[in-house]
Design a protein around this ligand. Structure first.
Ligand code: HPA
Length: 267
């Protein structure tokens, strides 16, 4: 299926981008300085599922960001939308079939580490996945990668350094942290957040990890940028809702826009 999707896209773009970017909740506008050469809605691409979550446009964009060829997913698919894990892996495998070698994943997350503040961008250094289902469950596609594969350096140490340097150049100091994947759509309970903290998580979210697993499987280098939109459940007075997250993203968005422009130039 990913080959079909790749063939469909190849006919509609003129470039051969080596960099893929997945934009998370509310971060779609972080590429609004991009020179878009082609725009395809997910609904038209064979095998792609629509993005139904708020803040996700559901479009694939090809073009130049700061002069660099990129393929951008403006919005992603989540397990909580009812999609299968393999549906979430498909766009990443499609990017690989199109020649993408480096994947930049962005997301919105809840901060567990008390040193974080809403609006801050954190580099994902590693992740924890609680649910058992892998996006690669089922027959292995040998042409993409091996059945068993190493996740020791899933988040490329080289790219972590490169992103830190890029941040420094534009005056953004970037901490690193471990991202815990929870299925959602409900936010976590305070007890779950305490558990995640004890287990070594610095932030929590409902995306990214299935995509990263698929990307590592097919040999891509991965950089994860997480916009902390709120402190996680129970860490501050008051509850969580999507409006709180939207507001913090407005603060984080400008930073993400600048950082992405600087990072792609250095990749
Ligand atoms: N939990 C899970 N996902 C999230 C959160 C959170 O607190 N904030 C943004 N995405």
């Amino acid at each position: 299926m990913y080959q079909k999707a790749a063939n469909y896209i190849k006919k509609r773009i003129n470039s051969a981008p080596r960099i893929g970017i997945i934009l998370g909740t509310g971060l779609g506008a972080s590429v609004d300085t991009m020179k878009v050469e082609a725009e395809i809605s997910y609904g038209k691409i064979p095998g792609f599922r629509a993005s139904t979550a708020p803040g996700h446009a559901g479009r694939l964009l090809a073009g130049k960001l700061n002069g660099v060829d990129v393929l951008v997913m403006q919005g992603r698919m989540h397990y909580y939308e009812g999609y299968a894990m393999k549906d979430i892996a498909l766009p990443v495998q499609t990017m690989a079939a199109l020649g993408v070698e480096t994947l930049v994943v962005t997301n919105a997350s809840g901060g567990i580490n008390e040193s974080y503040a809403p609006g801050e961008i954190v580099l994902i250094s590693d992740h924890i996945k609680f649910d058992l289902e892998s996006p690669l469950r089922g027959e292995n596609r040998e042409e993409l990668g091996n059945r068993f594969f190493d996740m020791t350096k899933a988040y490329s140490p080289e790219l972590l350094e490169l992103a830190s340097d890029a941040g420094e150049r534009i005056g953004i100091s970037l901490k690193q942290g471990v991202y815990a994947y929870m299925g959602g759509p409900q936010f976590e309970t305070p007890a779950e957040i305490r558990m995640l903290g004890i287990l070594g998580a610095d932030m929590v979210g409902m995306s990214t990890v299935p995509e990263v697993i698929a990307a590592v499987h097919c040999g891509m280098r991965v950089l994860g940028l997480s916009c902390v939109t709120n402190m996680a459940a129970g860490m501050e007075n008051g509850g969580l809702n999507h409006a709180v997250i939207d507001q913090a993203e407005i603060n984080g968005k400008e930073r993400m826009r600048k950082l992405l422009r600087e990072v792609v130039k250095a990749l």
